[in-house]
Design a protein. Structure first.
Length: 112
């Protein structure tokens, strides 16, 4: 996956529609929150062991794409390299959640 290529495709899409004027970091963050909520809605009231039927899976795919779209757009507009940010965050989390303490439990690092 090439994030720069995806961000360029998104930028082209936005530029063709003259939407950049609406894409402040605040507005994009709010849109991301809305799309995340729509992602949650797919699973609302579902039983834990229910399989995704084809309609739900298509909805899941669409909502994941929407969340990813806004995440990439926010990163691009703010000048953040998402790949680098994720790798750095994984390092921070590895220090907070050492394997010998975190393996097999869901406690927060402050509870170790």
């Amino acid at each position: 996956m090439n994030l720069n290529s995806l961000q360029n495709k998104i930028k082209e899409f936005v530029d063709e529609r003259d939407w950049d004027q609406f894409h402040s970091l605040k507005n994009l963050s709010m849109a991301l929150s809305v799309e995340s909520s729509e992602l949650l809605e797919i699973f609302q009231w579902a039983k834990e062991d229910e399989a995704l039927d084809s309609k739900k899976k298509e909805s899941l795919q669409d909502e994941l794409a929407d969340v990813f779209y806004y995440l990439l757009r926010i990163a691009d507009k703010s000048g953040i390299n998402l790949e680098q940010a994720l790798l750095e965050k994984l390092q921070k989390n590895a220090a907070k959640y050492p394997v010998d303490k975190a393996r097999g439990n869901s406690r927060k690092y402050t509870e170790f």
